[in-house]
Design a protein around this ligand. Structure first.
Ligand code: GLN
Length: 447
């Protein structure tokens, strides 16, 4: 039924880069057989899932929505893909995104534009726009995305689904094509909080193949569901509720705060310091790391290679000129500049110092509160093309989500209403490091 739905809806929404109908049906048949034969199967066996196209799937193209990797078929599975296969889940295909996960609208895909299923004239958000649109339009019950500065939560907000970024280190990044290694994290996009908990049970866990993977026990996340939130302490930072926040977004988040209070939680306004520094620090750190990570795409080891060139240096230049889109080039140039000798202290090092201060701001709040409540973004989805000419306007969408990655914290985005045009509004709940439990508990109670 998912494949039929894709046939019917995806010509309009354009969420999928690759649909693997044959592989999906074969896997589904296998799950059916195992169940019929009475074999012990994983609870998610046979459940369809779709995967963002920067997560490696053995034998299935993984393009990062880039000309550079257009024909790249990975010879191995990412950690999360392996978990999916071991569970006997059905991989439907791979989802559109901003090229190399750089963007907030999926308009930076080198292939085509994904539309917001709620209104096809609007963006689905990004960079996991395909993942959010696919779940919102019922083309898969569950999708995986990646979140470096908001790329799971912001499209979840724009498309009215649940998107969860686990704590940095909770999910192995092995096989996730790296954008900014100190910020990247994989997470689920789902219809509801229960599905998010089930997905986390599947993908979380220690992996020696990722040196930043946390060697911690993984709790059963479904144990956080159906709990009482009375007495929980929730902080509402003023900085995210002031200037630049769309009226309907502010009203919906305040209404959500009131609902938490009605359920017995304590909600208080707080000052979260240094958040105004988060965007500049993020765009320096993430671009610096990206410039280093993307150096591997040189026409020799992976992907595209220029057809005509004079010598080795020219081969690199031509390949990268042809393979990368405008935004990716912009980030590589910014990052290379920030890391160049003589500028390192002024930019990269300074940004890392600011990072420590931002983390300190969160620590202060979490000394007295269990959760932080904010809008997921300052506005609802914008029209296709509205911000493509202005990269800074595009970056400003990430104001509420980026600080969370800088501090490595877990956070969820879930729907809390609709604007006057009927576009979804997301609220964000941020927790302490490795305290996904409190987030899921509050999110499920709210839902
Ligand atoms: N929009 C942000 C950026 O362009 C975040 C991207 C992400 O989380 N992958 O960098």
């Amino acid at each position: 039924s998912c494949l039929e739905r894709i046939d019917m809806v995806d010509p309009k929404v354009n969420a999928y880069i690759t649909v693997d109908a044959e592989g999906a049906l074969a896997q589904a048949a296998k799950a059916d057989e195992a169940r019929t034969a009475g074999e012990a199967v994983h609870p998610l066996a046979g459940v369809p899932i779709a995967v963002k196209d920067n997560i490696c799937t053995k034998g299935l193209a993984t393009t990062c929505a880039s000309r550079m990797l257009e024909h790249f078929v990975p010879p191995y599975d990412a950690f999360v893909t392996r978990r999916i296969r071991e569970a006997g889940m059905v991989i439907l295909g791979k989802l559109n995104m901003d090229e190399f996960a750089m963007g907030s609208s999926t308009e930076n895909s080198s292939f085509f534009q994904t539309k917001n299923p709620w209104n096809l004239d609007y963006v689905p958000g990004g960079s996991s726009g395909g993942s959010a649109a696919c779940v919102a339009a019922d083309m898969a019950p569950l999708a995986l995305g990646s979140d470096t500065g908001g790329s799971i939560r912001q499209p979840a907000h724009y498309c009215g689904v649940v998107g969860m970024k686990p704590t940095y280190g909770r999910v192995s990044r092995y096989g996730l094509v790296a954008f900014a290694s100190s910020l990247d994290q994989i997470g689920p996009l789902t219809k509801d909080v229960r599905d998010a908990a089930l997905a986390l049970n599947l993908i979380c866990g220690h992996d020696p193949m990722d040196s930043s993977s946390a060697p911690l026990e993984v709790p059963d996340f479904t144990a956080s569901l159906g709990q009482d939130v009375a007495g929980m302490r929730i902080a509402l930072p003023r900085a995210f509720m002031g200037e630049g926040i769309q009226r309907e977004v502010k009203e919906a988040v305040l209404a959500a705060a009131a609902r938490f209070e009605a359920m017995g939680a304590v909600v208080e306004e707080v000052d979260l310091t240094m958040t105004d520094m988060a965007l500049p620090a993020y765009y320096l750190i993430s671009s610096a790391e990206a410039s280093s990570n993307l150096a591997r795409f040189d026409g020799i080891k992976y992907g595209h290679r220029a057809k005509s060139y004079d010598n080795l240096l020219d081969l690199y230049k031509q390949t990268r000129e042809e393979g990368f889109g405008t935004e990716v080039k912009r980030r590589i140039m910014l990052g290379t500049y920030a890391l160049s000798s003589g500028y390192y202290d002024a930019y990269y090092k300074k940004a890392q110092q600011v990072r420590t201060l931002i983390k300190g701001g969160f620590d202060e709040i979490f000394a007295a509160y269990d959760l932080i409540l904010t809008p997921t973004g300052p506005t609802t989805a914008f029209k296709l093309g509205a911000k493509t000419a202005d990269p800074v306007a595009m970056y400003l969408n990430d104001i509420c989500t980026v600080p969370v990655n800088i501090a490595g914290l877990p956070a969820i985005s879930m729907n809390c209403g609709f604007d006057d045009l009927g576009l979804p509004i997301g609220l964000q709940l941020v927790g302490k490091a490795f305290d996904e439990h409190s987030i899921l508990k509050a999110a499920d109670a709210y839902e």
